[in-house]
Design a protein around this ligand. Sequence first.
Ligand code: HH2
Length: 387
Amino acid sequence: MIWARPLSSPDSAALWLRSSLTPEGVGLLRSGLEQHALVTGLDENARELLAELVGEHWVGGSGDAAIVRFSALALENWLPRLGRGPLGVALRRLADAHRPLHATTLGERSFAWGARTFVMGIVNVTPDSFSDGGRDVQASIEHALTLVDEGADLLDVGGESTRPGAAPVSEEEELRRVIPVIEALRARVPSVPISVDTRKAGVARQAVAAGAAVINDVSGLRDEAMLDAVAETGAHACVMHMQGTPETMQHDPRYDDVGAEVLDALEAALARAEARGVPRSRLWVDPGIGFGKTVAHNLLLLQRAGDLRLLGAPVLIGVSRKRFLGELTGVHAPADRIVASAATAAMLAAAGAVDLLRVHDVRATKDALAVADALRHARDGGARFHG
Ligand code: HH2
């Protein structure tokens, strides 16, 4: 697949927004602002086509990759000449990456993507989750209510640990764990949307029947039965990237270009779901931090998280208490990784790279996001720049 990934963010244009120019003036400046893009996956034909198309905007390249300069204005000129081939699709995605996404409505709640970063509180009904295992059904319900009090925007209920090497759980056992929790939360906090964290289509279907609005599938809709469950229940789905399976994923994960390979896999999963009749507006994407990735892979994916905008879907990321944070900080106990987790959440939010964060520690994350979201939307406060 060809991907054209921006090498600098158009948000560097935020400075212009502080100026006293009219909105039209700002628009003009933005459309002419030049950035660089890394284009990969080019075969010989596509490479020639690109070189001819961009002319003096060609910076260099080798093998299947090239770097080109572009502006919004230049893209608008190039696109009509490309049609619907893979290069046209890649450049169209680049042009659209910063278009605001349509809001998502889940029950009584509306998620206006871009307005702020939303928080998904983790409710693990498992004996063996890596950081917070050990809660039974009743304790999980109480915990979920605490997360709601702390400001969780939605709750992710899971009954099977996916930590590396975790033992698989039968469908009956997973249902016995998650369904009573979902039913109780539906009754006690009906306005808070619920997502079910499962790889099993049968669990997903029963969870939706019990009131879940989102299916969070860490195996990325690989299973045909799960695709049917998403299509037929009308639920939203989060499609996560994972290399391998939880049993084996941390045995020497390898990529040539982790960013492009995660984009390829997520796009393929979105396309499979769309082919089953699930519109992209019902799908979220997640790079799957820690799922078949080394520390270096995780860091690169977080640094380049903005590239996921090319997929045209809300971006969910889970870094909370994860092992790579322990490796970077030297903090061994997952429950002591709250500061590192909240700081990472804040960096992603301030960069505008994430729409939802999946977290164990809602209060700490909300504090960090209050600052990060404000920073992201900051405008000059001086009298000269009102409005
Ligand atoms: N991480 C975990 C589980 N589910 N779902 C999404 N979409 N993204 C993630 O990053 C993600 C996820 C692992 O965290 P946790 O639930 O705390 O652990 P365990 O799998 O051991 O229950």
